[in-house]
Design a protein. Structure first.
Length: 199
């Protein structure tokens, strides 16, 4: 009977299974999560790069995101809050492989606040999973938004992070002709290393 493949620090990574769009096949999710049929909210673009410990681009990383919709509800059976609107057209999950410069991007909707422990509201954020060569386990982080100062100041997860490191979790807003762009860099190690969380 076949056994499970052992963990490896260097491939093979079956990218055609995780990001089949690059190979001409349909996938379960991509990097365009929202569009004209998305119910409410502010359409945004999140752009960034993945960098290694030497600040060199990681050209074979995979970024996966999960997020609530604009009303603050996840499209998942575990979020059964009927009083919060559910957008059936918005799955809230996306994947993007980095390019040769370590770049990734997502077109989505800015998420609403969601409850945390004790029903304390968390600031709007996007949950991020990073997979890359040399990593035995996925890395988990979050993207918060620079234009949510009040909500960020009261977020229980951000409060748990050393103040000097909190900026590594906040995407900077830039307004463009096509709408807001939030820039977010993921540093896997070294100076300015992104804060990562236990799963």
């Amino acid at each position: 009977m076949p056994k499970q493949t052992a963990s490896q620090t260097i491939g093979p990574y079956f990218a055609y299974g995780l990001t089949p769009e690059a190979y001409g096949r349909a996938g379960i999710c991509g990097n365009v999560l929202a569009g004209a049929d998305t119910a409410g909210g502010e359409l945004i673009r999140v752009e960034g790069r993945v960098l290694d410990g030497g600040a060199d681009p990681v050209d074979d990383a995979l970024i996966e995101i999960w997020q609530a919709n604009a009303a603050g509800r996840y499209n998942h059976s575990a979020d059964a809050r009927g009083e919060v609107a559910l957008d059936e057209a918005f799955s809230g999950i996306g994947r993007c492989a980095t390019d040769a410069e370590g770049r990734f991007w997502f077109e989505t909707v800015k998420p609403g606040a969601v409850p945390g422990r004790g029903n304390t509201l968390q600031a709007p954020h996007i949950n991020v999973v990073v997979m890359a060569r040399g990593m035995l386990l996925h890395a988990f982080t979050r993207i918060y938004f620079s234009d949510e100062n009040t909500a960020n100041a009261n977020d229980p997860v951000l409060e748990s992070v050393e103040e000097a490191r909190r900026p590594t979790l906040i995407a900077a807003r830039e307004d463009s002709a096509k709408g807001p762009v939030f820039r977010f860099e993921i540093r896997l190690q070294g100076d300015g290393e992104t804060v990562f969380f236990a799963a």
